[in-house]
Design a protein around this ligand. Structure first.
Ligand SMILES: C[S@@+](CC[C@H](N)C(=O)[O-])C[C@H]1O[C@@H](n2cnc3c(N)ncnc32)[C@H](O)[C@@H]1O
Length: 392
């Protein structure tokens, strides 16, 4: 595939936007006929991390990473922003952030970055080389390989990787002690990047989403990175969790449904819920907040929720202006949760400043935000239930 066709209703993640026509490694067609690509997400070396404050340094991090490429190669890729040809004349595209030390930090934070895209294989010799590359990657704990599609219709956005996942992944990597050994539920995990990162620290991650095709791609991505997860002693279980359903599916005949033991495990042991870029449609956002509410109410312990969001501005005919309706609805749901008095849980909400270090390559724009919700059980005092739109 040399060219990607964009339909009028296609949406394309910024993570993949910079190389839409570049030659890439297509691995297969998925069950609905969409081309599936494989990209590498490589952790930045220490030198590439932005200046940061003292909290959460990675000195003790179990996931401290090493450069998979040699120093020379990295310097070369920074100097050569033009795509290079390999010996067969194929485009060998490696996009790296420009690192001009004369720029100030605000302009540096807007550097254009995207995953390292591999070339597409055409012959068995090249395929062998790529297989060897893949095997070599398994020696390193700093390269995540992910299958994803590009330019999907809205209902398939989970098959792409979104910047919110990279922001949340950075936060997780900046707080290794916080997540160490935890049981975590990810909602709307998509391709699974954040769950993979979390599983390098946590004990168990329930990586959840909806859709047979998406979940099977997510499961493949977990397998592709199993070496990293296993080495860290973590575990990822991919499961169905639909925000528009009130119960977890425990039907054993349904693929990726929950066992009774797993339901008990999340109720008894979950201390974190994470979700990246999941608020882009108001009805789904309402479903997401209802799910958060139900989960937190069933948990035995306090739970902290981290949600990343990208504030997207769109022109709407309704407003005849540019507005960020999905973001505003998200903030409204946060406020409702915080105001909720139901005698079961109390919720506090705060925004986490995006000053934590950057471990992955992407453009950390100002519109990317991370929010923290803390849910604490309150002793039963007969307080009146105050069911609100987002939580009833
Ligand atoms: C924009 S994608 C984000 C994917 C991934 N977290 C990331 O940031 O790359 C939104 C995700 O929400 C999921 N989603 C949408 N509706 C859902 C529902 N009713 N229940 C569970 N997940 C849903 C989608 O399948 C998709 O994976």
């Amino acid at each position: 595939m040399n060219q990607i066709i964009f339909q009028h209703d296609s949406v394309l993640s910024d993570v993949h936007m910079f190389l839409p026509m570049a030659r890439q490694r297509m691995t297969r067609l998925n069950n609905v006929g969409q081309p599936v690509f494989i990209s590498k997400f490589k952790f930045l070396s220490n030198a590439e991390k932005p200046e940061r404050n003292d909290e959460g340094t990675r000195e003790n991090s179990d996931t401290e990473t090493h450069s998979a490429q040699g120093e020379d190669e990295e310097e070369d890729s920074e100097r050569n922003v033009e795509p290079a040809l390999d010996e067969d004349g194929d485009l060998d595209v490696t996009h790296r952030p420009r690192n001009d030390s004369t720029e100030d930090s605000s302009s540096r934070s807007r550097e254009v970055v995207c995953p390292v895209i591999l070339k597409q294989s055409h012959n068995s010799a090249l395929q062998n080389e790529e297989d060897q590359d893949d095997e070599a990657d398994e020696c390193f704990d700093d390269i995540i390989r992910l299958e994803h599609t590009m330019a999907t219709p809205l209902e398939d956005v989970g098959k792409q990787v979104w910047r919110g996942a990279l922001l949340l992944a950075d936060f997780i990597l900046s707080e290794p002690l916080l997540f160490k050994g935890a049981t975590v539920v990810e909602l709307g995990a998509g391709a699974g990047l954040t769950s993979v990162i979390m599983a390098t620290l946590a004990k168990r991650v329930y990586c959840t989403d909806v859709g047979e095709d998406l979940l099977s791609m997510c499961r493949r991505n977990i397998s592709l990175n199993e070496h990293m997860i296993e080495r860290a002693g973590g575990e990822v279980r991919v499961r169905q969790l639909d925000w528009l359903q009130s119960d977890l599916c425990t039907d054993p005949d349904v693929d990726l449904s929950w066992t009774e033991e797993e339901v008990a495990d999340i109720h008894d042991n979950t201390s974190f819920i994470i979700a990246a870029d999941v608020c882009y449609d108001d009805d789904l956002t309402d479903g997401l907040f209802r799910t958060l509410y139900r989960l937190c109410n069933n948990f035995a312990h306090a739970c902290t929720v981290f949600i990343s969001i990208e504030k997207r501005f769109n022109f709407t005919l309704r407003n005849m202006d540019v507005s960020c309706d999905a973001y505003n609805h998200f903030r409204h749901c946060l406020s409702q949760l915080e105001d909720l008095v139901d005698g079961q849980c109390s919720y506090t909400v705060e925004q986490i400043p995006s000053t934590f270090p950057q471990f992955l390559q992407y453009e950390r724009i100002d519109q990317l935000e991370l929010w923290k919700v803390t849910a604490k059980r309150v002793p039963f005092d007969g307080a009146q239930s105050n069911s609100e739109q987002c939580t009833s």
